[in-house]
Structure formats: structure tokens, C-alpha cells
Ligand binder design. Structure first.
Ligand code: IMP
Ligand code: MG
Length: 183
């Protein structure tokens, strides 16, 4: 869906399609260069990273593997608690492999820091993080992503994989919704 399709539900576009595409090509080139000659597995975190994974992996030249994890954090409403349950684990062993976790957004980073500890316990050669978006809160977390698409203000955003109540993941841009949508 395009931003026009949101009509009055759209508040503001933070990152448009052209900026997303341009940044993904840059990130893909960086990752290609950094992992040249190494076995790389991109691990997408479901469901938010689906769009990014599809675009980033296709912009890359590296013959990489792709795998997916789904995790759920026990939390109340919109705040995550850091207590995490694996809904879907990786299909393949990552021992000795270079892992790049692909995330939609880094906010409190609680879920991701749990995920990194979990992945690191499996004996990979390395584990790094690529996140398309980063909010200001993320600076207070021990998780330092190797690659960041865009730093955005501390607002709730949807689109490009990100949802509100499971909707708007298919929006082509990153945007905020008008207040009436939430009430
Ligand atoms: P964190 O653990 O607080 O870093 O964020 C965990 C998850 O919350 C992210 O992977 C997103 O799925 C979701 N999230 C955080 N901020 C937003 C937002 O602005 N819009 C939609 N989902 C968000
Ligand atoms: Mg997520």
C-alpha cells in the first residue's frame, strides 16, 4: 500500500520509498564488503524484518544463507519486558558461521539483547546486527548495531514491516498514524 492509500489515517511520512531503497543499496554494499569470502547467514526476526530482508538480500552480491526466528517478549502493551520466548527457532546450525541479525527497529533493545545472548551461546564465528530504524532509547542499551539505516525520533511508526495491531506492515513508507487511529 502507498501512503496515499492511508488517506486521513496518515499523519507524517518519516522515510519515503526512495530513501529506503537508496539506503538499502548502501547497506548491502557495506555488508558485501565486510563479509567478503566468509560464510554469512542473515537471520531475519519475524515478522517486522520481512520487507527489509527481501530488499537487502536481493541488493547483495554475496551468496548468503537466510534463516528466520520468531520470538515473543512477555510485556504489557507496547513496552517489552526482556523476557523472551522462542516461537520459531533457526532451521540450521550456526556453529562457526558469521551471523547478521536483520531487524526492523531498535527501541529498548531488550528483546534483541536477549536474542544476541541466545545466538552467541551456539558457538557462531560472529554475531552482528543490522537494523533499518533506531530510536533514541536504543543508545541506553548494550546492543550496538553494526549497521543502522536511519535514526528516527521517539515516535510510534508503521510501515515497511512495522505494524500497529498487525496492520500497516505492507505500507511502502515509514510513517506515523493520525491520533484517531489509536482511539
Ligand atoms: P525493543 O525490544 O523495545 O527494541 O523493540 C521490540 C520490538 O517492538 C521491535 O522489534 C518492533 O517489533 C516493536 N516496535 C518498537 N518500536 C516500534 C514502532 O515504533 N512501531 C512498531 N513496532 C515497534
Ligand atoms: Mg521486531
Amino acid at each position: 500500500m502507498h501512503s496515499d492509500d492511508l488517506g486521513v489515517d496518515l499523519e507524517r511520512i518519516l522515510v519515503d520509498e526512495e530513501a529506503l531503497n537508496r539506503r538499502i543499496v548502501e547497506l548491502a554494499a557495506q555488508v558485501d564488503a565486510d563479509y567478503a569470502g566468509r560464510d554469512l547467514i542473515l537471520v531475519g526476526v519475524l515478522k517486522g524484518a520481512v520487507m527489509l530482508m527481501a530488499d537487502l538480500s536481493r541488493a547483495m552480491k554475496h551468496p548468503l544463507e537466510m534463516d528466520w526466528m520468531a520470538v515473543s517478549s512477555y510485556g504489557s502493551g507496547t513496552t517489552s519486558s526482556g523476557v523472551v520466548r522462542i516461537i520459531k527457532d533457526l532451521d540450521r546450525d550456526i556453529t562457526g558461521k558469521h551471523v547478521l541479525v536483520v531487524e526492523d527497529i531498535l527501541d529498548s533493545g531488550l528483546t534483541l539483547s536477549w536474542l544476541l545472548r541466545n545466538l552467541n551461546s551456539r558457538g557462531p564465528a560472529s554475531v552482528e546486527v543490522l537494523t533499518m530504524l533506531r530510536k533514541p532509547e536504543a543508545v541506553r542499551v548494550a546492543v550496538t548495531p553494526a549497521y543502522v539505516g536511519f535514526d528516527i525520533p521517539n515516535e510510534f511508526v508503521v510501515g515497511y514491516g512495522l505494524d500497529y495491531a498487525e496492520k500497516y506492515r505492507n505500507l511502502r513508507v515509514v510513517a506515523t498514524l493520525a491520533p484517531h487511529v489509536y482511539s
